[in-house]
Write a protein that binds this ligand. Structure first.
Ligand SMILES: [Zn+2]
Length: 479
């Protein structure tokens, strides 16, 4: 009798010449029928009978970059817009069809496919040690309206490509591998937050851009919003999480760096600053008798910028919205309201920047006699990546001769939620011109292949070195 690995090898071999499988594929969510996906499409290297079952050394192990790029191209038929880019909103028909395609690929790879109660799609490949918790690897497949081809989809398909490479080489990891496609990343990180136990009932009732509430959407994906607790992963139940993603900024492209080693996902705090002056006639009130709230506000804008730029580090601070009242050309502004946002890799850094802003506000208030209050209205905690993952990624990039740099992620990702219960690592590849969340989003095929190779090697290093006793890094930082 042929074991499953033997069967999968045979399957991969049969598909080796780039043949179409032609097999119909069915969505686990129901009736969905998409175009038949192509097979794995690589001529297999001869298997070395001496090769050990487990991967002790990565050696010359490489993913099939052409296959990964082709998968990505095929995948982006789901939700393809005539003008370019994709409309693949979470819970939409296009997203369901895309999930059916993923499920088909997972089946082809011999993965055990399931949908958790939050609707996350998971494909599991058993490891050699049944007692070990799984290594989770993936991203999301939903897009923003008129989104790009790479944000999210790359991470899920690269995870499958890593599994396909292991399958072809007959290599088995110690830990089980779980490829995950998270639900609704773009509009609230629904799936990953459910895993972290952070999804609330008001999140479920919220209407999404696809015209379904989150709860309805989860049902459309084959999940069960009444049993969300069962989607939760406790610290220790996942050995580690790895995600490949496009940078969505221009740092790598501008510095011609191939690989970004993500230090963490930045924390965010936002305040409303209210400046009180005295509204008065702009023609009859002499300059030395004014309490101009907008003049004070302008100084505060500068102070916010200075607070971020006057220190070392990657922290950023922004005033993005400002309103002056009463808002007439011939009236001295009596009140100004503006947003103040600070982002940094740790909540402590954010606190320090904010303290400087507060100090500046007090000085402006005293000088111009315009009381300034700062009231917080939003907080999102920083999620540092695991230092070991950073080292493994750097070692992998070195082995592959790829330039790399450490950098924060200024955008939110599923990895942020996963960091609450497991050690997390994240790899960035360049976005050309830093364009993202737009049809013009583009990453070069060579960079996609490089990212896939770093993903595979990092995964194998994590598999070798993480132990069952590895604690999560998810302890929330003090604010
Ligand atoms: Zn994304």
């Amino acid at each position: 009798m042929m074991n499953r690995r033997g069967f999968s090898r045979m399957l991969l071999g049969a598909l080796g010449a780039g043949a179409l499988t032609g097999a119909p594929f069915r969505s686990l969510e129901g009736e969905t029928r998409g175009p038949p996906p192509r097979g794995l499409g690589r001529t297999l290297p001869a298997l070395d009978p001496q090769e050990p079952a487990g991967f002790q050394t990565a050696g010359d192990l490489r993913i099939d970059g052409a296959r990964l790029n082709r998968w990505l191209e095929e995948f982006n038929r789901f939700g393809r817009r005539g003008e370019g880019g994709v409309d693949r909103l979470a819970f939409s028909d296009a997203a369901r069809e895309a999930r059916a395609y993923l499920r088909h690929l997972m089946n082809e790879l011999g993965l055990e496919v399931r949908v958790d109660p939050a609707g996350n799609l998971l494909g599991r490949r058993e490891g050699e040690d049944a007692g070990l918790p799984p290594l989770l690897v993936g991203s999301h497949i939903d897009s923003v309206p008129a989104g790009g081809d790479y944000d999210g989809a790359l991470g899920v398909l690269a995870a499958l490509e890593a599994v396909a490479t292991l399958e072809e080489r007959g290599g088995r990891t110690r830990h089980p591998l779980e490829v995950v496609s998270f639900v609704n990343e773009e509009d609230g990180k629904t799936g990953s937050r459910a895993m972290a136990g952070e999804l609330r009932s008001e999140d479920l009732a919220r209407m999404t851009a696809s015209g379904y509430t989150v709860a309805e959407g989860i049902r459309r994906y084959g999940g069960n919003p009444e049993r969300l607790g069962n989607a939760r992963r406790r610290p220790g139940s996942v050995a580690g999480y790895l995600e490949l993603h496009v940078e969505q900024g221009a740092v790598l492209d501008r510095t011609k760096t191939r690989i970004g080693v993500v230090e963490g996902i930045v924390g965010i705090r936002r305040w409303t600053a209210t400046v009180l002056g005295a509204a008065n006639h702009a023609g009859t009130t002499p300059m030395d008798q004014r309490k101009d709230a907008l003049l004070a506000g302008a100084r505060l804008v500068e102070a916010v910028n200075r607070a971020a730029t006057s220190r070392e580090g990657s922290q950023v601070a922004t005033v993005g919205r400002i309103e002056a009242f009463p808002g007439a050309a011939n009236v001295i502004p009596g009140e100004v309201r503006m947003s103040v946002e600070v982002r940094a890799l740790s909540m402590e850094e954010i606190r320090e920047v904010f303290q400087e802003i507060q100090g500046a506000a007090e000085e402006i208030e005293a000088e111009l006699d315009t009381p300034i209050s700062l009231e917080e209205f939003y907080l999102s905690r920083a999620a540092p990546s695991d230092p070991r993952f950073r080292q493994w990624m750097e070692a992998a990039a070195e082995e592959l001769g790829l330039s790399h740099r450490r950098m924060p992620s200024g955008a939110g990702h599923d990895a942020q939620s996963v960091a609450q219960f497991a050690p997390m690592g994240m790899i960035f590849i360049p976005s050309v011109d830093g364009v993202s969340h737009a049809p013009e989003e583009y990453s070069r095929p060579g960079d996609i292949e490089a990212g896939g190779n770093v993903l595979l090697r990092t995964l194998l290093k994590a598999d070798r070195e993480l132990t069952a006793a590895t604690p999560g890094t998810g302890t929330p930082l003090p604010s």
